[in-house]
Design a binder for this molecule. Structure first.
Ligand code: SF4
Length: 161
């Protein structure tokens, strides 16, 4: 899977991460903004998101990237409308706290791994195969997720599958 990600168009390999660029239709964005066709309200601070496409999304299938390869932004995204809804705010607070803890853990763990690679003179950019081989043999710490109370948010659609 990792190699299929790396072989995608518009991929840039950095020392410590791999960036796969998506697309942004700036011409359509500008045109629709001029014509007043883009919804602008308090919930949307950056309207360019409506015109950007992630390279991993496929029409009719959704995300094609397995969760373990996605960024934590994708895996733990909570939209502002839900977070600011007084009915769910308190119930979601433990999730937000746990997400923040997990992100801190990830940053710490990634830093450790990058330092270990550096000490071997390795980086993804310099030697991708060597770096992958090196990382494969390292023990990775796992985050101990607590069991949280489920939060059920009805979508108000009366028709189900
Ligand atoms: S979940 Fe993330 S990786 Fe998957 S399609 Fe959406 S933005 Fe892209």
């Amino acid at each position: 899977m990792l190699y299929s990600i790396v072989s995608m168009p518009n991929t840039v390999i950095y020392d410590d991460h791999i960036l796969v660029k998506g697309s942004y239709d700036i011409i359509l964005h500008d045109k629709m903004m001029r014509e007043g066709l883009v919804p602008v309200d308090g919930n949307v601070t950056d309207t360019s998101v409506f015109f950007k496409t992630c390279p991993f999304v496929r029409s009719g299938s959704g995300c094609t990237l397995p969760p373990r390869y996605r960024s934590y932004v994708c895996n733990f995204f909570l939209c502002r409308e839900i977070l600011e809804n007084p009915e769910y705010k308190d119930k979601l607070e433990p999730y937000v706290r746990e997400r923040n803890n997990y992100v801190r853990f990830l940053e710490w763990e990634n830093n450790q791994l990058f330092t270990a690679m550096n000490e071997e003179g390795l980086s993804f950019r310099k030697n991708l195969d060597g770096a992958i081989e090196f990382l494969k043999n390292l023990e990775i710490n796992q985050y101990d997720f607590p069991l949280l109370e489920p939060v059920v948010i009805p979508d108000n659609h009366s028709m189900g599958a």
